[in-house]
Ligand binder design. Structure first.
Ligand SMILES: *Cc1c(COP(=O)(O)O)cnc(C)c1O
Length: 411
């Protein structure tokens, strides 16, 4: 059953007028109701009524399009989906209850027993846990390669490879995958390229334009941008999204209308926030790379970063002084004690594992997000005991730098 109610399209912006992304982020996707509201309405309803018994039957047998139940479709959720689809340049978006919900949906929609999932090593920890714990048990083969190593990707392709999956920039070392290369490699082998665009967001990078088939989001990060709610999404072609939609509505991985509303409002300011995040991050990365107690800075904005030029070619959508490289910085001090001392000397930055918030956050990956890995796995992922991950927020850059300087100067 198709989901789009034609009425929803009539009031949307006329694409023939060629509105730019920043305008679409503010005005795209929402259809005003007969009440004439200026702000977007939250439809808190689980079900919908029909005019008569035949009307109900027609909604179920597919002769009539429209809402049936909010596990399937909800007008507020749809407005978020349409706005994000416009921003990513995809035909359609399917929202999910969280970022992990989107990744679960990807697996259920596009993989079966006997298929091979080829992933970057540099992935969000729960994604690895989901693949290794559950999908291996369902007979999916999984292997991992360094996201920046094109030869490793090429050599790891198998006849049964169905998905190439990566994040770029990656967490916590800001490694960059060559998305155009991976798209060609995937398509030559009949596979899909799926990209988790959580750290870049469509404000900075549009993987679909670089050839990816599906974009995944944890909307809980920059799309919300204020650490309030969980949400996720997939964006891609109508055909691929119909498969994802069927999984979400059947499996109940649906986004709540209230969360959808917050995320819809989050999209309105995404471009402005990402620009400010990136500008702050450029300043903080420069400070860190100049500090004598910092041994290494992982940030693709530094000209010494091996993927600096590639990052510049892929992050083309945001006009930032010094370039747009995101706002997650990994930096290394001597050892674990030094890292903890830097973290504990902060007076403003929040010690938390979340990221993509207006508030700057700081984490010691080896003892938190990557704690469950073996020391060998951590070494392989480049997570050593002296590594600190910083998500640069929207406070004044000088205050962020001063908060880090206190601990670093004391080492
Ligand atoms: C947080 C995160 C996820 C998972 O998203 P949730 O909304 O927390 O479920 C997936 N990918 C990346 C890159 C993330 O940072």
């Amino acid at each position: 059953m198709a989901i789009l109610d034609e009425n929803w399209q009539s009031d949307a912006l006329d694409p023939a007028l060629g509105f730019l992304a920043q305008t679409l982020a503010v005005r795209g996707g929402y259809h005003r109701t007969d009440e004439g509201e200026h702000g977007e309405a939250i439809f808190t309803t689980s079900s919908y009524v029909y005019a008569c018994a035949k009307d109900a039957a027609d909604h179920f047998n597919g002769t009539k399009k429209g809402n049936v139940y909010s596990r399937h479709t909800n007008p507020t959720v749809r407005a978020f989906e349409r706005r994000l689809a416009l921003m990513e340049g995809g035909e359609r978006c399917v929202a999910t209850a969280s970022g992990m919900g989107a990744i679960l949906t990807m697996c259920l929609a596009y993989l079966s027993a006997g298929d091979h999932l080829l992933c970057a090593k540099q992935l969000f920890g729960s994604s690895v846990a989901l693949f290794d714990t559950y999908f291996k048990a369902f007979g999916v083969q999984i292997s991992y390669v360094d996201c920046f190593d094109n030869d490793a990707w090429t050599n790891a392709i198998q006849p049964n490879t169905k998905i190439l999956y990566c994040e770029s920039p990656s967490n916590p070392l800001a490694q960059i995958a060559d998305l155009s290369f991976l798209a060609k490699l995937a398509h030559k082998n009949g596979a899909l390229l799926i990209v988790d665009n959580c750290f870049a967001t469509p404000a900075m990078q549009k993987p679909l334009e670089l050839g990816a088939d599906v974009v995944i989001h944890s909307a809980s990060k920059y799309i919300d941008g204020q650490g309030r709610v969980l949400g996720g999404a997939l964006v891609g072609s109508d055909v691929l999204m119909e498969k994802a939609f069927t999984v979400v509505r059947t499996g109940g991985i649906s986004l709540s209308p209230f969360n959808a509303w917050l995320l819809l409002k989050g999209l309105e300011t995404l471009t402005l926030r990402m620009k400010a995040h990136c500008e702050n991050a450029n300043q903080v990365a420069q400070f860190l790379s100049d500090h004598p107690k910092v041994q290494r800075v992982h940030f693709s904005g530094l000209s010494t970063h091996p993927s600096h030029e590639l990052a510049k070619r892929q992050h083309t959508y945001l006009d930032v002084a010094g370039g747009a490289f995101g706002a997650i910085i990994g930096f290394e001090v001597a050892d674990k004690d030094s890292a903890w001392q830097v973290i504990d000397s902060t007076r403003m930055i929040s010690i938390t594992n979340n990221l993509g918030d207006a508030k700057s956050t700081i984490t010691h990956p080896a003892s938190t997000t990557h704690f469950r890995m073996t020391p060998e796995q951590r070494a392989d992922a480049g997570v050593n005991d002296g590594l600190i991950r910083l998500s640069v927020g929207l406070e004044n850059a000088k205050d962020i730098i001063d908060d880090l300087k206190r601990g670093l100067d004391g080492l």
